[in-house]
Ligand binder design. Structure first.
Ligand code: GTR
Length: 332
């Protein structure tokens, strides 16, 4: 009897403990806000790592009020679709190239123009200075419903093709995938090929089936997207686009944060920007070595003919930003 009583007591105590646990778990769940973050890149890519760490810091600093959930590898769609989801608050934090943001916030197209930066060091000096801040503010103050949190490096984009390319004439008749923005289709057409706008996630099979003859990107993207395994052999070092990348928060989400929480997001965003940059150069070196080991031939090319050929694109898209372009050129 005593034993049974004891057992009953234990059962009741257990039920109480379980009850409290369920209650506190439920309370925690209702008090916790999950922030959905998205990226076309896979887990382990510098940009994804930096955003995940931003989320961890925010979770710790708010005692678990916020928890970031990363949707990597383009599972929520291509960048165009993800931008749309961010605008309505279905995605809370998005890391994207400025490329597909151009049709939404035309002011960012200055950075999307071919050869607008002399090299990556020049691009970094510009985004780290007042012009970089101005472009971030333009995004935040535009009707895009996005708050620009910071920059990330996207290196230089060069051409990868099945046939060897060293001059604009070699691109004749070649269908080359570009990001979704008319500026890039114009750029490829000016460079001598046929630009085809397409989402990142469709490029692999389009290369495989011959819908495309090539594409263009930086080494880490070329590697992790597996595009180098879809029949391309050459990587012509045109470096025609040096496009910084960006991470934003949906304004729908931002406006629900307290002033203190917004300050925390800003602080951790600065740190995320620095962290990504520290990881970036190494990832370019690693990816280049792996691509070479996989048999991709890196082809040195004279950039001048490609630069000259794309002058009309800079004239067309840069006309409204003549002063800004002068300031970019003057940045050391
Ligand atoms: C990558 C970039 C992505 C995406 C992709 C593409 O370099 O990091 O944000 O824009 O290129 O070509 O679609």
């Amino acid at each position: 009897m005593k034993f049974l009583k004891n057992l009953n007591f234990k059962k009741n105590a257990l039920a109480m403990v379980l009850g409290t646990m369920t209650l506190s778990t439920a309370m925690l769940a209702s008090a916790q806000t999950v922030l959905k973050a998205a990226d076309v890149h896979p887990v382990g890519y510098p940009n994804v790592v930096a955003i995940e760490n931003l989320g961890k810091k925010l979770e710790a600093a708010t005692n678990g009020k916020f928890k970031l959930q990363m949707f990597p590898g383009g599972v929520l769609g291509g960048e165009k679709e993800m931008i749309e989801q961010t605008q309505v608050g279905a995605i809370n934090i998005l890391r994207t190239s400025l490329g597909p943001l151009g049709p939404v916030v035309p002011d960012v197209n200055v950075f999307n123009m071919p050869f607008v930066f002399r090299n990556e060091a020049h691009m970094r000096a510009v985004i780290d200075g007042p012009i970089g801040q101005e472009i971030l503010d333009k995004i935040t103050n535009s009707p895009s419903k996005m708050v620009a949190l910071g920059w990330m490096d996207g290196g230089s984009r060069s051409l990868y093709t099945k046939k060897k390319v060293t001059t604009p004439a070699d691109l004749k008749g070649q269908k080359v995938r570009m990001m979704g923005n008319p500026l890039f289709v114009d750029t490829m057409n000016a460079m001598g090929g046929n630009g085809i706008a397409m989402g990142y996630g469709e490029v692999f099979s389009a290369l495989q089936t011959g819908v495309l003859d090539g594409a263009e990107n930086n080494p880490p993207s070329m590697l992790t997207s597996n595009h180098y395994n879809a029949g391309v052999k050459y990587y012509a070092q045109t470096n025609h686009l040096i496009i910084p990348e960006i991470f934003v928060m949906s304004k729908v989400t931002w406006e629900k944060l307290s002033k203190d929480e917004q300050a925390l997001v800003k602080k951790f965003s600065k740190e995320a920007q620095l962290e990504q940059r520290a990881l970036w150069d190494k990832s370019v070196a690693d990816a280049s070595a792996k691509l070479k080991a996989a048999g991709i031939e890196f082809v040195a090319v004279d950039q001048k003919p490609f630069y000259d050929a794309t002058a009309p694109v800079r004239a067309k898209y840069g006309a409204a930003y003549a002063d800004l372009i002068k300031r970019i050129e003057a940045t050391k």
